[in-house]
Design a protein around this ligand. Structure first.
Ligand SMILES: C[S@@+](CC[C@H](N)C(=O)[O-])C[C@H]1O[C@@H](n2cnc3c(N)ncnc32)[C@H](O)[C@@H]1O
Length: 317
């Protein structure tokens, strides 16, 4: 009788043993890849297969905003410049994947330019679904005075998908209930105690009483995140907390993340830390170098934290 594989071991126990072993093995064997490319994302992506990425998270150059640092595109030409690249993003994104585009139109001649709105319409014609719009509220925005408007303290994070069924791990971004639970849930109205169907006929309903005594809730589509004020040697970095939130929401470990306008490499750094593979593409050599340094630093920190657990590889191209 073989003692190593006891035949009388119950089936369910076998199942858990194998599952446990596989999870451990996967963990120890994990190889996280972080690949940086120097070049125009339009050309670099031509070498990638269809359906390669689970998430595309990026902040492209804004129209004309920072022309002194990395060559702006005029607002009137923005859609024509962006759409061939969006076509490539559509091709390389998996059908279950998500594209998050962090962008904000500026004011030109006293009014908001419409290129972002035009871009959304053009992308819908390409086959993208415009699934959601998140607002990134920059909660540490410093004061300012303009004659005809107030300080701009938010940016769009547009969500596009290839199909209506995409991967979303909502539990990964849950937030503590906070004092909302203390105030509102303690004094529930009659409406709140039963299912309240939408008055506008959307078919949606809510039952607030379901959330009594819960510690965690789902977040809203407004992200209150501080901009990072430290000098990170690039004029338009986004805070690490921004890609982190979307990477947690739309990917799991070992998935693939793309930032086609990588800048200083923030998205790839965060992906690496969260054990996701990533590809970053940057057109300017100085920012490509900066991204390489930043990624090596994160790699070193991770290596120090857990020398034996995970092996990292960086492919520089
Ligand atoms: C808004 S910045 C991205 C900053 C980045 N999120 C970070 O945290 O560092 C946009 C970057 O896209 C780069 N870029 C512009 N056109 C590009 C292109 N066609 N392909 C790849 N990168 C490009 C710019 O040089 C710039 O570094």
């Amino acid at each position: 009788m073989c003692k190593v594989f006891p035949l009388d071991f119950p089936l369910q126990a076998w199942y858990y043993a194998i599952k446990h072993f596989r999870t451990k093995a996967d963990y120890w064997m994990t190889k996280i890849k972080t690949d940086l490319y120097l070049g125009d994302c339009l050309e670099v992506l031509a070498n990638f297969a269809d359906d390669s990425f689970d998430l595309i998270m990026t902040s492209p150059p804004y129209a004309d905003r920072r022309s002194k640092t990395y060559g702006g595109i005029s607002p009137d030409e923005y859609v024509a410049w962006f759409t061939p690249r969006a076509e490539e993003f559509l091709r390389v994104l998996k059908p279950s994947g998500t594209f998050i585009l962090n962008i904000k139109e500026q004011a030109v001649d006293g009014e908001r330019h419409t290129y972002v709105i035009e871009l959304i319409l053009a992308m819908k014609k390409q086959g993208w679904l415009w699934t959601e719009e998140f607002v990134w509220h920059k909660k540490n925005c410093y004061p300012g005075k303009w004659p005809n408007r107030f300080r701009d303290a938010w940016e769009r994070c547009l969500q596009f998908n290839k199909s209506r069924k995409f991967n979303m791990y909502q539990e990964a971004v849950m937030v503590p209930m906070g004092d909302w639970a203390e105030k509102r849930l303690k004094n529930l109205s009659k409406t709140d105690q039963s299912r309240d169907t939408s008055k506008v006929g959307s078919g949606f309903g809510k039952n607030v009483s379901n959330w009594v005594d819960r510690q965690m809730a789902y977040p809203t589509n407004v992200l209150h995140l501080a901009t990072e004020t430290g000098n990170r040697k690039h004029s338009a970095v986004f805070p690490k907390s921004l890609p982190e939130w979307f990477i947690r929401l739309f990917t799991k470990e070992n998935d693939w993340v793309l930032d086609p306008f990588a800048g200083s490499g923030t998205t790839c750094q965060v992906a690496q830390k969260l054990l996701r593979n990533s590809v970053g593409i940057e057109i300017l050599p100085e920012y490509y170098q900066l991204a390489r340094e930043n990624i090596k630093l994160t790699q070193y920190q991770l290596f120090e934290e857990d020398q034996n657990a995970v092996h990292y590889t960086t492919g520089d191209h």
